[in-house]
Design a protein around this ligand. Structure first.
Ligand SMILES: Nc1ncnc2c1ncn2[C@@H]1O[C@H](COP(=O)(O)OP(=O)(O)OP(=O)(O)O)[C@@H](O)[C@H]1O
Ligand SMILES: [Mg+2]
Length: 250
């Protein structure tokens, strides 16, 4: 998703949502026979084919698979960034495919925190401004937002770099800011697309630890990754994606 798309997502207010109370939610994610087909001229590409998947609140799911197997496409569907061409998609029991883009924008801002392989920070905003960015929805005072954002930066040990622009930060630091931003609205679901792929050992470990910590806080964490150290975590549910088809890894 380009920076501009991210900016577009903030034009909606909380009033667009009628799903405030998630206490009775049965599943964080439920996919029923989900397909995503891309049309390129006369050719059709089945990027996601017949995926069924249920993820409960608080689960840690890792999906691995070769390049081009459909991981990012599936994650974008769960995150309401992309639409399935067939099948039903429930996030927090809400059938998100049935709503318009305005609702889905608000919905994803409140319910899903995205972490990308390439961090996707807004290049013209400082670290703390990037974290504050998704919070604008709440119509709080700037000083309050700043205070909240600073707490999130402390959580990822980046408060000392609050006023740095993305290019003034290392790769691992940018990813930590991206994690702080993903948690800005305290979403129940964290989606991460190869979050450690561009990082060296130490930075990667910190990101893994942060994802585990978010899961311990009760969030459902869904990670697309080949990272053996993520796959070797105890208590994860491991699935494999192959040519668009998802299977449980045993
Ligand atoms: N917008 C699009 N238009 C056409 N084809 C697409 C589009 N997005 C993805 N695809 C195709 O769908 C398939 C799945 O792509 P996807 O990006 O989901 O794979 P991936 O598993 O995330 O790969 P990687 O590990 O390289 O990130 C690929 O064959 C890709 O070329
Ligand atoms: Mg991908």
């Amino acid at each position: 998703m380009a920076d501009d798309d991210y900016l577009d997502a903030v034009d909606y207010t909380r009033d667009d949502l009628d799903v405030e109370d998630f206490e009775d939610v049965k599943h964080a994610v439920r996919l029923q026979d989900v397909h995503r087909t891309f049309k390129l001229g006369k050719k059709e590409i089945g990027a996601v084919i017949g995926v069924n998947l249920t993820i409960d609140a608080g689960e840690f799911v890792v999906i691995s698979g070769k390049s081009g197997s459909g991981k990012t496409t599936l994650l974008n569907i769960i995150g309401a960034i992309d639409l399935a061409t067939q099948g039903r998609v429930f996030v927090m029991d809400v059938p998100i495919n049935d709503y318009d883009e305005s609702f889905r924008s608000s919905f994803r801002l409140n319910n899903t925190g995205f972490i990308f392989q390439s961090y996707n920070l807004v290049s013209t905003l400082t670290a703390i401004e990037n974290v504050m960015f998704p919070m604008q929805l709440y119509e709080k005072k700037q000083s309050e937002l700043r205070e909240e954002a600073m707490k999130l930066l402390e959580g990822v040990e980046m408060d000392h770099r609050a006023d740095h622009l993305p290019w003034q930060l290392s790769s691992g630091e940018q990813q930590r800011i991206a994690i702080a931003r993903a948690t800005a609205n305290d979403p129940p679901i964290i989606l991460a697309d190869e979050p450690t792929a561009n990082l060296d050992g130490d930075s990667g470990q910190m990101i893994r630890d942060l994802l585990i910590e978010l899961n311990k806080q009760g969030k459902a964490v869904i990670v697309m990754s080949h990272d053996e150290r993520i796959l070797n975590q105890p208590d994860i549910q491991h699935y494999k994606m192959e040519l668009g088809v998802l299977t449980r890894h045993v």
